[in-house]
Design a protein around this ligand. Sequence first.
Ligand SMILES: *Cc1c(COP(=O)(O)O)cnc(C)c1O
Length: 387
Amino acid sequence: MSLVSRDPILLTPGPLTTSLSTKTAMLRDWGSWDASFNAITAEVRKQLLDIANAHENHVCVPMQGSGTFSIEAAVNTLLPRDGHMLVLINGAYGKRMAKLVQMMGRKVSVFETPEDIPTTAADVERLLSGDRSITHVGLIHCETSTGILNPLAEIADIVARHRRSLIIDAMSSFGALAVDAAKVPFDALIAASGKCIEGPPGMGFVLVRKSVLEKAAGNSTSLSLDLYDQWSYMEKTTQWRFTPPTHIVAAFHQALMQFVAEGGQPARLARYQKNYEALMTGMDELGLKSFLDPKIQAPIIVTIHAPDSGNYEFKRFYNQVRDKGFVLYPGKLTQAETFRVGCIGAIGADEMRQAVHAIADALREMGITTKGTREKRLASELAVNTA
Ligand SMILES: *Cc1c(COP(=O)(O)O)cnc(C)c1O
């Protein structure tokens, strides 16, 4: 174990490293009836609509729990009991969405592409033309199991042209990648506090088309995961329907203010892009390759092929890197040994370069020769020979 008692830097898809002011916003207790707490909830809902330019046709409904709770609430509330949802899958989160639709007893069809192949608008066009019974389409914007980006705007266009309803899991992209509700038609977009807005984990939210939500009373088969009831209660009382995650809401509000102060989504994306580039420069120097083609890679989380060495073992590698202050994430692929590195959270390119050093040192300690060490050795041999 490291002797350093600092918090490690989390290079994961969430929970993420948060800023000190976000953490300190959690040091106060709030009553759920307190008008000042309910004003914070109202402000958070407004700030989230701002990010997607969604004030005109959408409302924001926050929900207790991790991100999946909000997906489940959105689907259970918006998909009528006789609805039929098509889920577009290229990773674990797509599979999870299909599973929760099936478990709530609604009809689900899936379209699955390999983990390194985005779903295309042409696929969706063909699928919707071929099956008129499909009422809803579920799409994962950035599929965090690899970091692959699916073409949201193109798919949203097709779904709208076919007059079906689009439900987007934008969990790992919201705040970092632009989504403009005035240009990209959707009925629901779901994300959570502990991802690119850099709040603590514990609440999710759904940006949902108001005219659709208004007609969704009674659809949900779940008491707590009923987006309509959550919304109508909040509209009536300004309060959360059940116990709110008060500290999380307050810290999320603080994180949203920092998001705005930083320059909003374009600035957030620019910082993550620099983190991504610092990471890839470092991986390149070590001779480690990313799994995805850079053209379909979002600068959010990167899947990297493990070094081709008998000495490599993820658990040991993870522990070595963690002891140097950085938390990595295991790969989620069945076909190849990989690990993942998140580019998101309250970190910059300097931290990413330090992480690269930690990775290089860990590999060296494990007796794994990397391209960098080979090159250094060659260079020093050359220097000796010419001396
Ligand atoms: C993080 C994430 C979720 C939600 O996962 P939870 O563990 O429930 O927070 C859903 N979809 C995607 C794409 C994610 O990255």
